[in-house]
Design a protein around this ligand. Structure first.
Ligand code: ATP
Length: 569
């Protein structure tokens, strides 16, 4: 699987475009084209149907501790600023970022090692100037480095900002000086240390520098950067009018928990779901839509009794994993990774990530599709009492210098009274939180394949195909007349209109039928229905399966029922 072919197919066939492309694009923003919008809607629709609309409130589902209810809400993107203070996003939703003094680009500190590994200049430098020893240390070839920086001009082209390239003599002299003082140094030098030497012009003044993954230039020290987009509500634009675009949909659910309970007859355990846009001013948006600045989340907050919360956590972790498997990500590119105890927030007794081995990642690396977290009563209590201190145990309200709550809560009682037992408690929460764009991208990557299929002359040709699960496929069926005459188009159009009432279907009468099949394979259409000479005499048509290439004859009148039954879900 090759990411370049996937990106090029997505653009060529109208799945994804760079946002504002005609003005040069805006980094971290993506537009979905005619097929992309259908695919992403189908992903969100499958999530909503499986989580909310088709949920059975009455039965005890396999693996669940008891029957439970599911419902949904749709809250606003801009909410009261106090929400983000009590949720912790105002104080804590920060990344550390560094700026390159040469090319001025910003990079996120924790992304640097990974970006460096993938940088062209780094690979070229390692190939030309280093021999890696099996223990991870490096043998450095100083004359080759000089050559790389100057004579062969590779360095100048690939890493114009690197100190070694700007001034090889001075840069290499620091290493030579240290070697003189400590002859054992070469046997201990790791790649990171070597790179710091190569990125440092003035070691005595600045200490060691780290290289920028883009140009090799030297990076500033890390600074904190809040990821929330600021905006202003109202005309005055004072500091008091500052608001934020939501960085997650979850808080809209917590602050509406009481409204939902009071306005409905739902009892706990209850899940409240929401799908919608979230915004994060990511420092280094990259990897296609994987890390965007505007994206969609599909989140559920599941409220339950504290005593059964551990069991519910396990239920949701396994059920969410199964959802991706059922929709076609079945192989070992999908994995469930339970967080180590030291990775967990203090209040969480369990967190797991569902991860996918995206093709843009190095071999053996996985990217997060969804997190399932046991959040205890942290969120509801923070919105009641004031922001809790995550480090306290048991959790206590975080106090400011004046001894008062640092961020005041709403003061509203968000506890729940069980009307059967009369027990009153603050529910615990299990949060399955998924990204619609990351899921869509994973479904595209997983579906993409190239195989061999016969063309119209029976010759085997390489075929590029998106093997989407039929529920997710943007176009469910295509209808073709074999040729554009003898009443075939009329019959095909009738079938098209009948199917169109229920599904997104495509009619195509242009080009040889083999080419038409191929165009549909490339966008993942699972079924192609063809009206041929025989159709006009006996009222049957062929239906071709994208994956098996099998064609069977069915009655034209049965097309709708057949497609409906095949798509299922
Ligand atoms: P990461 O560590 O990759 O930044 P996260 O742990 O901060 O992700 P959460 O806050 O748990 O992510 O958000 C839940 C889900 O929202 C993620 O699993 C992911 O699918 C999606 N998501 C988060 N940030 C982005 C983004 N910048 N672009 C696209 N999807 C995102």
């Amino acid at each position: 699987m090759n990411m370049e072919s996937i990106v090029s197919l997505c653009k060529r066939r109208g799945f994804l475009f760079q946002a504002s492309e005609i003005y040069g694009g805006l980094n971290g923003f993506w537009d979905y084209g005619p097929l992309g919008v259908e695919l992403k809607r189908n992903v969100k629709e499958a999530w909503w149907q499986d989580m909310v609309q088709r949920h059975d409130d009455l039965s005890q589902l396999p693996g669940s501790p008891s029957p439970f209810s599911m419902t949904g809400i749709d809250s606003t993107i801009i909410q009261h600023p106090q929400i983000w203070k009590c949720s912790g996003h105002y104080d804590l939703f920060c990344d550390h970022m560094q700026t390159c003094r040469q090319c001025k680009k910003l990079v996120r500190s924790d992304h640097i090692p990974d970006m460096l590994r993938n940088a062209d200049w780094f690979q070229s430098f390692v190939e030309s100037c280093c021999i890696k020893r099996p223990d991870g240390t490096v043998e450095f070839l100083s004359p080759a480095a000089f050559d790389w920086a100057r004579a062969r001009k590779l360095g100048r082209r690939l890493a114009p900002g690197l100190a070694l390239v700007r001034n090889p003599e001075l840069t290499l002299s620091w290493l030579a000086e240290d070697l003189q003082n400590d002859p054992t140094l070469p046997s201990r030098l790791s790649m990171t240390e070597l790179l710091q030497y190569m990125a440092t012009l003035q070691k005595k003044q600045t200490g060691f520098q780290s290289p920028c993954p883009h140009c090799g230039g030297d990076l500033t020290d890390p600074r904190e950067f809040n990821l929330m987009f600021k905006t202003t509500v109202g005309a005055l634009g004072d500091e008091d009018d500052t608001a934020y675009l939501r960085p997650e949909t979850a808080q809209g659910i917590f602050v509406n928990f009481k409204n939902v309970i009071d306005s409905t007859r739902y009892r706990l355990p209850l899940g409240i779901a929401q799908v919608g846009k979230s915004f994060r001013n990511e420092i280094t948006p990259r990897n296609f839509t994987f890390r965007s600045r505007e994206f969609e989340q599909m989140e559920c907050e599941f409220f339950c009794h504290p005593d059964s919360s551990a069991e519910w956590y396990r239920y949701w972790r396994d059920r969410r994993m199964q959802w991706y498997r059922d929709l076609g990500i079945a192989g070992d590119r999908l994995r469930l990774r339970e967080h180590e105890p030291e990775e967990l927030s203090h209040y969480s007794t369990g967190t797991a990530d569902i991860e996918y081995a995206f093709p843009f990642l190095a071999d053996g690396e996985f990217g997060e599709l969804e997190g399932i977290a046991h959040r205890g009563d942290f969120d509801l209590r923070s919105h009641m009492e004031g922001k809790l201190d995550e480090k306290s145990r048991p959790l206590q309200v975080q106090l400011g210098p004046d001894g008062k709550p640092k961020w005041r809560g709403s003061g509203k009682d968000l506890s729940y009274r069980d009307d059967l037992t009369n027990e009153k408690y603050i529910p615990h929460v299990i949060e399955p939180s998924a990204g619609a764009d990351r899921a869509t991208l994973a479904f595209i990557c997983e579906a993409f394949s190239e195989d061999q299929a016969p063309d119209e002359d029976g010759k085997m040709q390489t075929r590029s195909v998106l093997k989407f699960h039929p529920r997710l496929a943007p176009v469910k069926a295509a209808v073709f007349p074999l040729v554009k005459k003898d009443g075939m188009p009329e019959m095909a159009k009738e079938i098209y209109l009948a199917l169109k009432k229920e599904f997104n279907v495509f009619y195509d009468e242009k080009a040889a039928v083999g080419r038409r099949y191929r165009r549909q394979d490339e966008i993942g259409t699972p079924y192609c229905i063809t009206v041929d000479g025989q159709s006009l005499t006996d009222g049957t048509v062929t239906i071709r399966d994208r994956d098996t290439l099998e064609q069977v004859r069915i009655k034209a009148d049965d097309c709708l029922a057949t497609v409906r039954q095949k798509i299922g879900g």
